[in-house]
Design a protein around this ligand. Structure first.
Ligand code: NDP
Length: 434
């Protein structure tokens, strides 16, 4: 805390992990040697740079860009880029730290990183977004490489932005290696990558409920967010027979009392992805209630999937969910629950999965995209889905192995942290102090 006094999100993520690891570390003191923890919480490299670009009217804007290369202990740095006005070094350091453990959990050889900019794509034209992406790549390109650092999308960075950045990368380097994942299908993208995080989160929920011998038929599901992860979590949940009651964005919550059907969901997808609008535009639609400025967590349901952003579910929200009888909370977003909210879930015995376990399907499929690019192959849809399913099952089994309590229930926080940590820590110990 003394070293990073102005980085609350980063300190929150480190505290959550170290607290949960501590009893394991006391039983396994070799992991306290060679300054291992001190090295693990210090990124290998943080790059900050100026991004200057001109808008459509010719006015110059200056944003900040970053890449946090957290750990290459088990493979090249890997993690998304986020474009949002709230982006700062603390948020990117927390995301890169979590990414390191998450990537280890996927069983694939990927280190951890994260990057982004405080650029706000909302309300910007396509040509402005393109010029911004190109300006950012003028600096970022020198830090990337298929075996060095491979970024992807995150909040505010979807297929359009990844396309512009990949195009500029190839232009500058004269090299078509895989330096972004989440690419379009026509230039090296993988089938299932857009769906992978949301689908993977739902696959993880299936595993949790199956392991706890709970039935999900017709379960009511609350989802926050209305972006990539939220949309695909909703599609898969509906496909499996659940009733999705909500989606949300920074403005408020769209509540469908009888559940979203396919047509209603499609409307949201089109609004968000094509017209790039806000959910409030559907406030007058009689199929929905629009809860202005509200989050979904006070509506009774059996399953909650926070899929928007960090710290979007606090202690009060967690208590409301528990009081309303929630069975399972699985994070599609990164660190959406505050430390206090997690405590509430653990005390109540809620089946609670931290993002680094339940949302790892996205980066896992990015790992599959890297493999396909390296082999100059494109796998079929069913192949990728089957591998994603298998990876989510393996992550679940790993969480159970390391997080099983004496009474047979599972602490998924401890399970995910220990399983991810052991892989990274063993690699660091084997490679010496540097
Ligand atoms: P998108 O940009 O596609 O969607 C983000 C959604 O979250 C939007 O609905 C947005 O609403 C909402 N949101 C963003 N910031 C805030 C905020 N400060 N308060 C309230 N709502 C907010 O991003 P993704 O769906 O890709 O990412 C969502 C989460 O999932 C993030 O935590 C991300 O790190 C995590 N994640 C994503 C992966 C992926 O493959 N894409 C992989 C693993 C994790 P609005 O537009 O109104 O701001």
């Amino acid at each position: 805390a003394q070293r990073d006094p102005h980085q609350p999100e980063f300190l929150q993520a480190v505290k959550e992990v170290i607290q949960s690891l501590w009893p394991f570390l006391e039983r396994n003191p070799r992991y306290l040697e060679q300054g291992l923890l001190e090295r693990l919480v210090e990124p290998e490299r943080v790059i900050q740079f100026r991004v200057a670009w001109a808008d459509d009217a010719g006015k110059t804007h200056v944003n900040r860009g970053w890449r946090v290369q957290h750990s290459s202990a088990i493979g090249p740095f890997k993690g998304g880029m986020r474009f949002h006005p709230s982006v700062n070094q603390s948020i990117l350091k927390f995301l890169a730290f979590e990414q390191t453990l998450k990537n280890a959990l996927t069983t694939l050889p990927m280190g951890g990183g994260k990057g982004g900019s405080d650029f706000n794509p909302k309300g910007r034209s396509d040509t402005e977004v393109m010029r911004f992406c190109q300006a950012l790549m003028l600096e970022l390109h020198r830090h990337l490489g298929a075996d060095t650092d491979v970024p992807a999308g995150d909040i505010g960075v979807g297929a359009r932005e990844v396309g512009y950045m990949t195009g500029m990368m190839k232009k500058i380097t004269n090299d078509a290696s895989c330096v972004f994942t989440g690419k379009g299908l026509s230039y090296g993208g993988s089938l299932m990558r857009p769906e992978a995080t949301g689908f993977g989160t739902v696959y993880f929920v299936e595993q949790m409920l199956h392991h706890a011998r709970r039935d999900t038929d017709g379960a009511k599901v609350l989802i926050s967010g209305a972006g990539n992860v939220a949309q695909h979590a909703a599609i898969k949940a509906i496909e499996l027979g659940a009733k999705v009651l909500t989606l949300s964005d920074s403005g408020g919550t769209l509540y469908a009392r009888d559940g979203f059907d396919e047509a209603a969901l499609q409307e949201v997808v089109e609004l968000r992805n094509e017209r790039r609008g806000c959910l409030s535009e559907l406030a007058d639609d009689t199929r929905f209630e629009y809860l202005d400025g509200k989050r979904p967590w006070h509506i009774p349901a059996e399953i909650a999937l926070p899929c928007a952003t960090q710290n979007e579910l606090d202690e009060d929200d967690a208590r409301a969910l528990v009081d309303n009888g929630v069975l399972c909370v699985a994070e599609g977003a990164n660190m959406p629950s505050t430390l206090e909210a997690v405590e509430v879930f653990l005390e109540a015995g809620t089946l609670y999965a931290p993002g680094k376990a339940s949302n790892a399907g996205g980066v896992a499929t990015s790992g599959l995209e890297m493999s396909q690019n390296a082999q100059r192959l494109s796998w079929h849809h069913a192949d990728v889905d089957e591998r994603l399913h298998g990876i989510m099952k393996d992550i679940h089994a790993n969480c159970v192995r390391h997080g099983k309590r004496a009474d047979g229930s599972v602490n998924y926080v401890d399970g995910a942290n220990i399983a991810g940590f052991v892989k990274v820590a063993d690699a660091m110990l084997a490679q010496g102090v540097y």
